[in-house]
Write a protein that binds this ligand. Sequence first.
Ligand SMILES: Cc1cc2nc3c(=O)[nH]c(=O)nc-3n(C[C@H](O)[C@H](O)[C@H](O)COP(=O)(O)OP(=O)(O)OC[C@H]3O[C@@H](n4cnc5c(N)ncnc54)[C@H](O)[C@@H]3O)c2cc1C
Length: 303
Amino acid sequence: MTVMTEFQRKITELLPQISLRLDEPLCKHTSFRIGGAAEVMAFPSNREELGLLLKTSKLLDCKPIILGAGTNVLAPDEGVSGLVICLKDCMDGMERLDDTTIRVMAGVTMTRAAVFAAGLGLSGLEFAHGIPGTVGGGIYMNAGAYGGEICQVCVEVEVMDFQGNTRVYSNEEMGFSYRHSILEESPGIVIRGDFRLVSKPEAEIRERMKELMSKRSSSQPLDKPSAGSAFKRPVGGYAAALIDKAGLKGFQIGGAAVSEKHAGFVVNLGGATAADVRQLLSQVSDRVFADTGIRLEPEVRIW
Ligand SMILES: Cc1cc2nc3c(=O)[nH]c(=O)nc-3n(C[C@H](O)[C@H](O)[C@H](O)COP(=O)(O)OP(=O)(O)OC[C@H]3O[C@@H](n4cnc5c(N)ncnc54)[C@H](O)[C@@H]3O)c2cc1C
């Protein structure tokens, strides 16, 4: 019989109405398929439950970790103590606010949001079709692809702070820059985003999404677990091109390898650990630096 930790006992007593899993393997919730157990993982089903979780965490003196779809996260092999709040299945829903603006809840996937916009004949989210994360994670990361970026279309974001209070941030207040938002420095949880788009014939939007999806599947190792681009794009170049030039395609440590198909991706070939990935990222970065003087920084969020 497993013995509950003090934290597990207290939180399960205080929150009997919320879906909680104890010692939940993070590898089941990350696209890398890597990560030890979360002491407690919570699956709130709406914002009220999320607020309650945050207040209870504060009471228990625990700062929770937020997880969306887990597609840009490297979770540690030893797991995490305390609370992980998974928002993937929380806060669902999309609506049209006016002719060109839509509101999307944080748990909706980027792909669903793009398809919804296309169905309304609204263009601007085509780039998001195929990015596997949630809108909450996408806003936090200022996700982007093929010339599009969340910050180009997101007009406001509702954010809940860790005390459970909500506030609306304008685009400017979100402090967006390349794969960054203010939420990295001033932590909060994205509840929803409003996106201003432009009218366009639906067929043209769908054609563009199809084109981008086919670019993705022909260039990216979508058949293997990964977290997308492992490194941020350096100034004046592309990480993948620099890694390829350094002869590192296929370079492997343990179960983690630089993808043969796309040098910007680190893939889990089976049984990779977070330690393998961290070592690989560090060695790739050092080798590229030695070659070119350019220091690659990880894009994946290393917990
Ligand atoms: C095959 C593949 C292709 C990819 N292609 C792209 C691409 O083209 N462009 C791109 O930008 N990214 C890409 N990614 C990376 C990833 O999908 C994006 O960064 C995505 O936006 C992350 O969303 P998520 O819900 O998975 O966030 P997670 O990975 O769960 O979390 C990422 C970070 O966001 C935080 N977070 C998550 N949800 C919230 C929330 N509601 N409020 C506050 N913080 C939150 C987490 O704490 C964490 O720090 C790719 C990944 C894969 C596996």
